[in-house]
Design a binder for this molecule. Structure first.
Ligand code: ZN
Length: 184
């Protein structure tokens, strides 16, 4: 079990483009997959949000993402191969700036091709929160962060402020999209 430190906004590694994985059996790649799994689960337990993590966020510039929406899943060399014209606007968040929320636009639906843990090429179709998450994580592999996608600069705010606004307006908001169920 290896929980890695998550790189924070400002770390130059988050701005680099990650390299394609060529050999899945490489021990470094296998270790990275394990580290992503452990680090994601730890972050979810500590912060009560988080549906996915990308390798560059733990300082490894390989095209690997690990998600856990309904079940844990590793996607190697993921590529968006189809997008819907329909877009949705949502408050997005990120492990690399956990105190901030950012209003972004994402495609409502995407198709993604990727290699699974056994190296088999797969295609999946995603809607809703899984679609948004995949777009967010694949952006990480290209050095793109949610702050770059803010609909404008007024929509980069503290999570605690958003919680106040939402209480005032009785709006039910977002962030639950990645919320981890309270097991208590
Ligand atoms: Zn992120």
């Amino acid at each position: 079990m290896s929980i890695k430190e998550i790189l924070l906004l400002g770390n130059p590694l988050l701005r680099r483009t990650s390299e394609r994985v060529r050999n899945l059996r490489d021990t470094e790649i296998q270790r990275t997959i394990e580290d992503l799994r452990d680090t994601l689960e730890n972050f979810r337990a500590e912060n009560r949000f988080g549906g996915g993590i990308s390798a560059p966020q733990i300082g490894v510039l390989s095209r690997i993402i690990f998600t856990n929406i309904d079940k844990p899943m590793v996607l190697i060399n993921p590529e968006i191969i189809r997008i819907s014209k329909q877009v949705t606007t949502l408050w997005d968040d990120c492990f690399s700036f956990p105190d901030l929320v950012i209003k972004v636009k994402r495609h409502a639906k995407v198709s993604v091709s990727y290699s699974d843990e056994l190296g088999k090429r797969q295609v999946l179709f995603a809607v809703g929160k899984f679609s948004e998450l995949l777009q967010h994580e694949i952006d990480h592999l290209n050095g793109i962060l949610a702050v770059d996608k803010a609909i404008d600069s007024k929509h980069i705010i503290y999570r605690s402020e958003l919680e106040k606004i939402s209480k005032l307006s009785h709006e039910s908001i977002i962030l639950e999209r990645n919320a981890v169920n309270d097991k208590k």
